[in-house]
Ligand binder design. Structure first.
Ligand SMILES: C[S@@+](CC[C@H](N)C(=O)[O-])C[C@H]1O[C@@H](n2cnc3c(N)ncnc32)[C@H](O)[C@@H]1O
Length: 399
């Protein structure tokens, strides 16, 4: 049936994004930042690297190589069985695995692998990547299986780039066990209703390194869609990977340098600020700050800022109130000062439809038709035109 095959194709395409592998320098740069802040962050800790492929994973390689320098107690790395993957690679065990005393040719393709490092197995007076012990798990299902849950419960810190398609489930899985973690997701994940409340409550924050270099991920050799080949390896570009953690680091305690509103208007080169000053929303008691660099130091009520604010968020400096367009909580509902009745959306092809969702978004009101589509009208604001802004975070200065 065509419908079914489309659904399968879609599933397989989505699963391809689950096979993006993190590069060694990106891991190194980020982990070094935690160590700079707290040199003992990994001391005597059990680290679990789930959703990995220990033979190929740079996470496994990096932590195994640094087992002694970081004073790690135990490193556990596990991989999803190749056969269980929706997107299956041309599978061939590595030489490391085939040479391991526990190698099992029946199990290698169909079972989860577990690699453990906690002592000097080859008696060369150091513990490193050559001491990894390779085994198979009995279970071949996913990270939510009882067997992997047990490993999670044993761990102090969980570090990985989990499958993008199961990101929500993965975060819930970590949070229910109350573990420390460092994981990679994408920018959309910030707005998930399972994730944003954790960010708001300062239980989760973003990683330290956020530069453009760490947007390249290695993909399997069999991928036909990729963005570049370097030294024979294929790479895909991810526009906005976002890294989430609850390990502390210096950047979140570094306040943003700010200017007053008046100084911003004088000196800030941001076009929106130059052209519109700080606009007040028509429907919320707050101002629009279209650029994080233009957050004023002297406005002590609610400001709506772009989501990129989270990269600079310092909890000692700001309080996060909410995320638009999520419905405001009862506690914050007084911020909404107007609701539009019978709102109409006007599209670029001049068709219209009713769109009462406008009430959940921050709105700027215009006397003339705005020069971008769609725009909105409503009987609440006669002869006016509404412009809906992008998703915004509501913040205010900490008192
Ligand atoms: C985005 S890749 C990242 C791999 C590695 N952690 C890294 O960063 O290089 C996610 C891995 O999780 C595996 N995976 C997919 N679904 C899974 C599941 N339900 N349980 C565990 N692992 C899964 C994928 O096959 C893939 O190998």
């Amino acid at each position: 049936m065509p419908q079914k095959s489309n659904a399968n194709l879609h599933k397989a395409n989505k699963a391809k994004n689950d096979e993006f592998y993190t590069q060694y320098p990106d891991i190194q740069k980020e982990i070094n930042a935690y160590l700079e802040y707290n040199p003992d962050v990994f001391r005597d800790k059990t680290i679990l690297l789930p959703c990995d492929d220990p033979e190929r994973s740079n996470f496994t390689k990096f932590f195994a190589q640094n087992f002694e320098p970081f004073w790690i107690k135990k490193l556990i790395s596990t991989s999803f069985a190749n056969e269980s993957k929706i997107y299956k690679d041309d599978y061939k065990p590595t030489d490391f695995e085939t040479q391991s005393p526990k190698f099992d040719k029946e199990k290698t393709n169909i079972k989860w692998k577990i690699y453990v490092l906690d002592h000097d197995t080859n008696q060369n007076w150091k513990i490193d990547v050559d001491d990894l012990e390779r085994e198979y798990l009995e279970w071949d299902w996913d990270f939510r299986s009882d067997e992997v849950k047990k490993l999670r419960d044993e761990a102090d810190i969980i570090i990985t780039n989990p499958p993008f398609s199961l990101f929500r489930e993965f975060v819930a899985w970590i949070m229910e066990a109350n573990k420390k973690f460092v994981i990679i997701g994408n920018q959309n994940a910030i707005t998930y209703k399972e994730i944003f409340p954790l960010i708001k409550e300062n239980k989760v924050w973003l990683w330290v390194t956020m530069d453009s270099s760490n947007r390249w991920f290695q993909v399997p050799d069999s991928f036909t869609e990729f963005h570049k080949i370097e030294n024979g390896k294929k790479y895909a570009f991810v526009a906005w990977p976002v890294r989430f953690t609850n390990l502390d680091h210096w950047r979140r305690h570094k306040p943003l340098p700010l200017m007053t509103m008046a100084d911003n208007v004088k000196f800030n080169k941001n076009k929106e600020i130059q052209e519109h000053w700080y606009q007040k929303y028509d429907n919320y008691d707050a101002i629009e700050v279209s650029n994080v660099n233009a957050i004023p130091s002297d406005y002590d009520w609610i400001m709506w800022v772009p989501i990129s604010f989270l990269r600079k968020y310092c909890p000692e400096q700001f309080e996060i109130i909410w995320l638009a367009p999520e419905r405001l909580s009862e506690k914050e509902s007084s911020l909404q000062i107007k609701r539009y009745i019978n709102a109409i959306q006007h599209k670029a092809d001049w068709t219209t439809c009713s769109w009462n969702k406008v009430n959940d978004w921050p709105v700027i009101v215009h006397d003339k038709i705005p020069n971008k589509f769609p725009y909105y009208t409503s009987e609440t604001v006669q002869n006016k035109y509404l412009e809906v802004l992008y998703a915004r975070i509501l913040i205010r200065h900490k008192k």
